[in-house]
Design a protein around this ligand. Structure first.
Ligand code: HEM
Length: 416
């Protein structure tokens, strides 16, 4: 057996045994993090942790779940919830985790927008992030179908129906996605495969890509400042810790991440034990019935804003039917965040509060998204329908105006 000298730290212990990768070298002396970043920069680490939580709780659920329309509902609501020891706990962790991860994703995305972290060489970080957003949305949607409750069935029906709006191939595409003319057993089985295999595997690759694209030019910071990491690291190593703009990733920065994770976990388990209901729609405790449409059909909270954009255009305009306008607006809403790095025409990398026009744009967008989310859950009748229309239109106008606003802002800031 190989002999090892006494290790001074855990990292050294691993270095001695693994040999190939020198962890302490990589982590102690080569990986540096800007000093001036706040708790919002811990959202990425939180997402990584929540991905792990979902994976592990999902594996436990997988041991008892049955992907068959005759068995799925009972396997979740009776077997897992009542018969299996702690099955309820794993279900609550999984359901609450799936809902809360979207809250963290949105905070992570809007932090990126607020600080302009998608600009100047960081486009690939943004694009890989948007890929992750699409994958998480598909994962959330496919998972919601698995308990085979009323809302699982009807949400799947409405969302797959949307593809029917694509010209020429729409009708065939809907049948292809469902594997049948209506949402049925074949739909459940394929969504099950997507949820537990294909999407998670692609996600792992996308997360690796997201991290890889972060290595250069590294994360942004609160001041949007560019500096030489090597020079700053030298200063730190030479003992000028105060003057240096960086801190070592391990263990200095990670301690901060762990603190945020700890606080988040208190909030998370509070929800899991006392407020799990918010992640589970009461209608979904009725078994799916293709002959009984629920009074109101709505998706989970994190899709409500784009669902409201879909419903917002409910009357004919310019000779185009309300349904088609809604579909076009929905496609716009889902695609527009992807091109954010090119819509923002100002080269200034700074927090929104230091950008006179962008600041207003950002907060208007936040208000609009909250209004869309609230009205997305209400029945689209009377005044609600008009609020939906106004907020959907505002969403589109805000994004169309962004290049103009940011060009004007760049001129104003440049002229100073
Ligand atoms: C599971 C999904 C995701 C994981 C695990 C993840 C992970 C991370 C991590 C660890 C960081 C570095 C620390 C930080 O700034 O928080 C980061 C940065 C970043 N992520 Fe994500 N991310 C995910 C999804 C997204 C999404 C949906 C977007 C938005 C499109 C996004 C955009 C960004 C941007 C712009 C940065 C750079 C921030 C900066 O430069 O300051 N990420 N991500």
């Amino acid at each position: 057996m190989a002999e090892f000298k006494k290790a001074d730290s855990m990292l050294e212990w691993f270095d001695q045994r693994l040999g190939v990768i020198n962890f302490s070298k990589v982590m102690m002396t080569e990986y540096w993090i800007p000093k001036n970043i706040n708790f919002l920069w811990a959202m990425g680490a939180l997402l990584m942790m929540m991905f792990g939580v979902l994976l592990i709780s999902g594996i436990f659920l997988l041991m008892y779940y049955k992907p068959d329309v005759a068995l799925a509902f009972d396997s979740v609501n009776y077997t897992i919830m009542h018969d299996v020891a702690y099955g309820w706990l794993f279900r609550h962790i999984h359901a609450v985790g799936a809902s809360v991860i979207f809250l963290v994703i949105y905070i992570h995305m809007f932090t990126g927008i607020y600080y302009g972290s998608y600009k100047k060489g960081r486009e690939m970080i943004w694009l890989s992030g948007m890929l992750l957003f699409v994958l998480f949305s598909a994962e959330g949607f496919s998972g919601y179908m698995l308990p085979w409750g009323q809302m699982s069935y009807w949400a799947a029906y409405v969302i797959t129906e949307i593809f029917g709006g694509i010209p020429v191939i729409g009708g065939d595409l809907v049948v292809w996605i469902r594997g049948n003319f209506y949402v049925s057993d074949s739909t459940l089985t394929r969504f099950f495969m997507l949820h537990v295999l294909l999407i998670p595997v692609v996600m792992l690759g996308a997360i690796a890509f997201h991290f890889y694209s972060l290595r250069f030019p590294h994360v942004n910071n609160e001041a949007g400042e560019f500096f030489d990491y090597d020079v700053e690291a030298e200063k730190y190593l030479a003992g000028d810790k105060k003057g240096s703009k960086v801190i070592p990733f391990w263990p200095v920065f990670l301690a901060k991440d762990f603190f945020v994770m700890g606080v988040f976990l208190i909030f998370f388990f509070y929800l899991v034990f006392y407020y799990y209901g918010f992640a589970m729609d009461p209608v979904n405790f009725d078994k799916a019935d293709g002959l009984k449409t629920p009074t109101h059909i709505y998706p989970e909270w994190y899709f409500l804003w784009s669902y409201e954009v879909l419903r917002g255009f409910f009357f004919e305009m310019f000779g185009i039917s309300g349904k088609d306008l809604g579909l076009m607006a929905f496609a716009f809403a889902n695609g527009i965040f992807l091109v954010m790095p090119w819509l923002d025409r100002s080269p200034t990398v700074a927090p929104a509060n230091q950008r006179p026009y962008f600041k207003i744009w950002f907060w208007l967008l936040m208000i609009d998204l909250i209004v869309l989310t609230i009205f997305g859950k209400l029945p689209p009748t009377g005044a609600n329908a008009w609020v939906g229309f106004a907020s959907s239109l505002s969403f589109i106008v805000l994004f169309l105006a962004l290049p103009v606003i940011t060009t004007l802002e760049a001129k104003k800031l440049g002229a100073k």
